[in-house]
Design a protein around this ligand. Structure first.
Ligand code: ATP
Ligand code: MG
Length: 397
């Protein structure tokens, strides 16, 4: 027999948001409705502090919907649950049928019953005891452990139905997408910047991306790699415009006119200024980079002080306090790692100095910058911008 199942989601910090709470809730419901369409027809609604995702026919792809729900920011817990009528006979029959497969291989369990319908004839402890009995008699070898069970079985008796589930998986956490303004991510092909973008999206930011290339020193394939990364990020950020600016002439001018030790920091100044200009044009109110303190010469405190001083906008660096291995864990979680490690060149790796300045003095950097026609180079680079839009699936609107 096919067991009727639904997906139940718990919201996170959204519930703390006072007057804004309703906006947050409705934006989450909307996002889930948009994201559900490739998986079939689902009824999605919010009731009694739970988001319900109910398949409307047998064609619905529950596994796909479940994976999608786990990528939606603002949701802290995702479960599949069996649905049955609100009477003890049905609940016990469903527990007998549904739970043995879910509890296979587990050694210990406890039952946690919740009864939001207070007219239900049994109390929560009585429901727990009855369902505990059913499990002990149908799942061979399993024992009760109320303190640290392998799995918690939850029985919820709600307004319309009863729901039975085993365990709970964490959701993506954070706040709903687009609830915290828009930020411009400086997206390279590396491991760190996709993670930085996802981390800020997790705090509710709408992410727009800017990539710098240096054709022919960087290749078409390097650009494609960045576009693939942007597509992969869309599993979490849903939609992203990716702007691409060519730094070829800027880099050639720096190479021809400036002292080698300053190549990297000068390039970064151009990147930051062009990013700020892009941000202002596209209504972004922060820049986001994947920098991590001390990771390379351009990420020392002194170098960051210089690059920060050339823009008038907040610069978010969510990876700043993370070690590389911690960033890698996040990159795997967000699904960008395997693409990030493909070996293509980045504009930061062409014309790299042998001895980059790790403690650049701002006056020295500005003296080098004065050797260039900065405004003309910025205008020229900005005019090379092209834009592609990436979506989690083609019909996402
Ligand atoms: P990542 O792994 O993100 O490439 P990284 O360790 O290689 O970082 P850098 O190359 O110094 O570090 O770059 C630091 C940050 O500058 C990146 O995280 C990214 O935000 C930005 N950046 C670097 N190269 C580019 C590029 N080609 N286009 C856009 N942003 C870039
Ligand atoms: Mg890089």
């Amino acid at each position: 027999m096919n067991i009727p199942e639904v997906i139940l989601c718990k919201f996170g910090e959204v519930v703390l948001k006072g007057a804004n709470r309703q906006n947050f809730e409705s934006s989450l419901v909307k996002e889930l409705r948009r994201r559900a369409s490739p998986h079939g027809i689902f009824k999605i609604y919010y009731k009694q502090s739970t988001l319900y995702i109910e398949p409307q026919n047998s064609e619905c792809d529950m596994d796909g919907m479940y994976d999608t729900a786990r990528c939606v920011f603002g949701i802290v817990g995702v479960n599949r649950a069996a649905v049955c009528e609100k009477n003890m006979e049905s609940i016990k029959a469903m527990a007998r049928e549904y739970l043995p497969e879910k509890l296979a291989g587990k050694r210990t369990f406890k039952v946690d019953a919740k009864r939001s319908d207070k007219r239900f004839p049994l109390t929560s402890p009585e429901i727990s005891a009855e369902i505990g009995g059913v499990i002990l008699s149908t799942v061979r070898g399993i024992k009760v452990d109320v303190h640290s069970p392998d799995v918690t079985v939850t029985v919820e008796v709600r307004d319309d139905h009863a729901y039975i589930r085993a365990g709970q998986e964490p959701g993506a956490g954070g706040l709903p997408l687009r609830s915290a303004g828009r930020g411009l991510l400086l997206l390279s092909g590396g491991i760190d910047s996709p993670v930085a973008g996802c981390m800020m999206a997790k705090r509710g930011m709408d992410i727009e991306a800017l990539h710098f290339e240096s054709f022919p020193y960087t290749s078409e394939r390097a650009r494609e790699k960045v576009m693939t990364l942007a597509e992969e990020m869309c599993r979490f950020v849903s939609r992203m415009h990716v702007h691409v600016i060519s730094l070829t002439h800027v880099q050639e001018e720096i190479r021809d006119r400036c002292e080698e030790d300053y190549f990297t920091i000068l390039l970064r100044i151009f990147m930051m200024k062009l990013a700020e200009r892009t941000a202002r044009e596209y209504n972004c109110h922060a820049l986001i980079t994947g920098e991590s303190l001390g990771q390379v010469a351009s990420q020392t405190l002194a170098a960051i002080e210089v690059t920060d001083s050339v823009v008038n906008m907040p610069v978010f660096r969510p990876c700043i306090g993370l070690d590389k291995n911690e960033i890698v864990i996040e990159a795997r979680r967000y699904g960008t790692f395997d693409t990030s490690i493909l070996p293509f060149e980045d504009c930061c790796t062409v014309f790299t100095p042998r001895h980059p300045k790790t403690k650049p003095r701002i006056e020295d950097v500005m003296r080098e910058l004065d050797k260039l026609d900065v405004e003309a180079l910025l205008d020229e680079a900005y005019a090379t911008m092209t834009t592609e839009t990436k979506l989690v699936f083609p019909e996402y609107k």
